[in-house]
Ligand binder design. Structure first.
Ligand SMILES: Cc1ncc(COP(=O)(O)O)c(C=O)c1O
Length: 393
């Protein structure tokens, strides 16, 4: 690619992390399985640089580096680290920047295991966590303490989908010399450019859209040169390892991320708009809808919306009624995770400590897959009819 041309994301998705010329012309990087990496001479052994060279399987194979380079390129970061899972990426990020006596500010809408890690693990090592209202914006300044080292955001929030003003939070965090971490799993490196928005460490559960086929567990941390060394030390000390086959699957997933996300977005918007008009539903929590309270922030900061959102039903339904709807769904299946090609549906209950979560009805989280949207709508239509019939007094 000549320098005079802007390299578009679609092109980065295809060329990032690939070097066919050094692999016999083979299009995809090979899968390297490795623990031991041999040094030809003593001098080579003595001079290995684990931050640059391939030195040991746990610290990364060429397959892993390809994935890391491609992801960093796409998101606009300098360096990336692949971990065994998305939660692994979260824990490495938090451990890399905290020590006993430090304080973490975490959004109240964070993915629940991230909260649990702070409360059950970091707390044991003398790190205190305060949860904040996801819509706090600049007012986060009132919560910053002398010892606040990390501000942890997730926009939109898990299950409840509040949008956060990431640039405003970044400005305040940086004024106080704290780093801003952001779980960008929903936005992906394609639809949310973390480093243009002031994020220092971007966290991805690559298990979701990057892998995209529900068949591998993987996390990726992306950061800047400024913070690279700290993340590297945390990553290296944690024993994290990304399996070579899973890195390969994530690289393969990345190549089609653009076309998949366009379709997830298109389908999700049609389904979300259709759901908005149903009497059984009181709210559709999808930031791309004009009715979403965070819509303006989404429009300002994101380049697209993906396929995950929640709905609030018009009342609280018991499991008999919910079962009547969910057990018989044809295309929407029940199961943890999201970001694969298939549609999913699950009831959920956000855990809160700093803000109130008291919706008028049951929350269902939907992942809108790549099936034909008309089929998805008829599946939901039939499901809502069963729900209504089962809950008749
Ligand atoms: C927003 C978010 N972050 C992180 C994770 C954790 O990813 P993993 O399941 O790969 O550990 C998840 C998983 O559901 C998630 O939804």
């Amino acid at each position: 690619m000549t320098k005079e041309h802007k390299t578009y994301d679609e092109t980065k998705l295809i060329s990032g992390g690939r070097d066919p010329e050094s692999n016999f012309g083979i299009v995809n990087p090979p899968v390297y399985h490795a623990s031991t990496v041999l040094s030809p001479t003593l001098s080579d052994w003595r001079n290995r640089d684990p931050m640059k060279d391939i030195v040991y399987g746990r610290m990364g194979t060429p397959t892993q580096k390809s994935l890391e380079n491609a992801t960093a390129l796409l998101e606009g970061g300098d360096k990336a680290f692949a971990t065994s899972s998305g939660l692994g990426a979260i824990t490495v990020a938090l451990m890399s920047f905290t020590k006993a006596g430090d304080h973490v500010l975490m959004t109240d809408s964070a993915y629940n295991p991230a909260r649990s890690f702070c409360l059950n693990v970091l707390a044991k090592y003398g790190v205190e966590t305060t949860f904040f209202d996801p819509t706090i914006g600049k007012n986060i300044s009132s919560l910053m303490k002398e010892n606040t080292k990390v501000v942890y955001a997730e926009s939109p929030g898990s299950l409840s989908f509040e949008m956060q003003d990431i640039p405003a939070i970044s400005e305040i965090a940086h004024e106080h010399d704290a780093v801003l971490m952001h779980d960008n799993t929903w936005g992906t490196p394609l639809f949310f450019k973390s480093f243009d928005m002031g994020v220092d460490v971007s966290i991805h559960a690559a298990t979701k859209y990057i892998v995209g086929h529900s068949d591998a567990m993987l996390g990726i941390l992306v950061t800047t040169d400024k913070h690279y060394e700290k993340v590297y030390r945390g990553f290296r000390s944690s024993g994290q390892h990304a399996a070579p086959d899973d890195c390969y699957l994530a690289l393969r997933g990345l190549r089609t991320l653009g076309v998949r996300l366009k379709q997830h977005q298109e389908n999700a918007l049609v389904v979300a708009r259709w759901l908005e008009n149903r009497e059984e539903i009181s709210q559709v929590l999808y930031p791309a809808l004009e009715s979403h309270p965070g819509h303006e922030l989404w429009k300002r900061d994101f380049l697209g919306s993906t396929g995950l959102f929640s709905i609030i039903l018009n009342k609280h339904y018991d499991d008999t009624s919910l079962g009547a709807m969910l057990d018989e769904m044809d295309l929407f299946a029940m199961g943890a995770s999201w970001g694969g090609y298939e549609s999913l549906i699950l009831p959920g209950s956000p855990i809160r400590s700093a803000t109130k979560w008291d919706p008028e009805g049951t929350l269902l989280r939907l992942h809108i897959g790549l099936e034909h949207v008309e089929n998805l709508i008829s599946d939901l239509d039939a499901g809502l009819a069963r729900l209504k019939a089962a809950s008749k007094p």
